[in-house]
Design a protein around this ligand. Structure first.
Ligand code: PLP
Length: 314
């Protein structure tokens, strides 16, 4: 399979078996991924020319696929090769790399049976994204505790990565209306869950805490918990309520698209003299230091970009 002779420098996508510049990538309006949010995905980042925790992202993608009963027509090895090639085509050393499987279109016109659909696998690599801009990270993000609650986990399992973002988007509007940078949502029982694209952490009395429910099991969250264990910093996954956040000494959020991002305000509560706290900064520094040391790194095979062959599985 060959790639089109295009400019991939601003992103490369793989759609319906072809590599195209990301801005030209299209999927059908009739794909249930679009009309029903019937889709799962995962995002891995490339830093300084290497994937970070690629196998963990592929593991999670496979779990999400199984949970949604989606089956892309490519093997795990082929998916890894497609991701690699997307990055290689761009030449980007720092990239946001997404893998997506939509339900696709029914083979039988008008069918309402999900099993009648041909699942579609797409992927893309685009320049690095920070979900919280760097200048906001530098002063510490201002977090709004949204009044809209997270979709119940019994309805949409948040550990299966999904695009059911109606609640998170409402939270973002609320946050911006309130003059905050972003939001965190509680569940219907009042427990802290997560925000639009990130997990949350708080630090209290030297202990690092992150919610035990209602959230994606973030790979960055796992990395932070591992870094805490490596450095002897007490850390715990625990039920957290609004009142806990109001007593936090520090807070930060974590995501593939940005890493460890400090928070300096949550609603009316100002932390660490209105600046990123020392534990948050230490973990952020460690996170990037470990990247530089090659922690969980898979080299991008830039040279082999044109030789990778990809074919649908039988
Ligand atoms: N929670 C949600 C809803 C997300 O969309 C994401 C990442 O996109 C995260 C948490 C963080 O997960 P990870 O650290 O694996 O990127």
């Amino acid at each position: 399979m060959t790639s089109d002779a295009h400019d991939f420098s601003q992103g490369a996508a793989f759609v319906e078996g072809r590599y195209v510049p990301a801005r030209e990538a299209r999927v059908s309006l009739l794909d249930w991924g679009f009309s029903r949010s019937d889709v799962t995905y995962d995002v891995v980042h490339v830093r300084h020319g290497g994937f970070f925790r690629l196998e963990d992202h592929l593991d999670r993608f496979e779990r999400s696929l199984a949970g949604f009963r989606l089956a892309p027509p490519y093997s795990r090895a082929e998916i890894a090769a497609i991701l690699d090639r997307c990055v290689a085509l761009t030449g980007l050393r720092d990239a946001y790399v997404a893998m997506i499987c939509t339900r696709g279109r029914p083979r039988v016109f008008g069918s309402r049976r999900p099993a009648d659909c041909d699942n579609l696998f797409s992927a893309y690599a685009i320049p690095w994204i920070d979900v919280i801009p760097l200048d906001v990270q530098a002063r510490g993000a201002h977090l709004h505790i949204a009044s809209v609650t997270r979709i119940p986990a019994a309805s949409i399992d948040p550990t299966m990565k999904n695009y059911h973002w109606g609640d998170l988007t409402r939270g973002l509007f609320e946050a911006h209306d309130a003059g905050a940078d972003t939001a965190v949502l509680l569940d219907t029982d009042g427990f802290v869950t997560e925000g639009p694209g990130f997990n949350v952490f708080m630090v209290r009395g030297g202990e690092v805490l992150t919610p035990d429910r209602g959230a994606l099991e973030g790979i960055t969250r796992r990395s932070v918990l591992e870094l805490c264990a490596m450095t002897g910093l007490p850390a715990r996954i625990a039920p957290l309520r609004r009142e806990d956040l109001m007593q936090a000494d520090e807070m930060f959020c974590t995501t593939t698209a940005g890493g460890v991002m400090p928070i300096s305000r949550v609603d009316g509560h100002i932390m660490s003299n209105d600046a990123p706290g020392p534990v948050s900064l230490r973990l952020k520094e460690l996170y990037w230091q470990k990247h530089a040391e090659g922690w969980h790194r898979t080299e991008v095979n830039y040279a082999a970009a044109e030789t990778v062959t990809v074919s649908p599985a039988a």
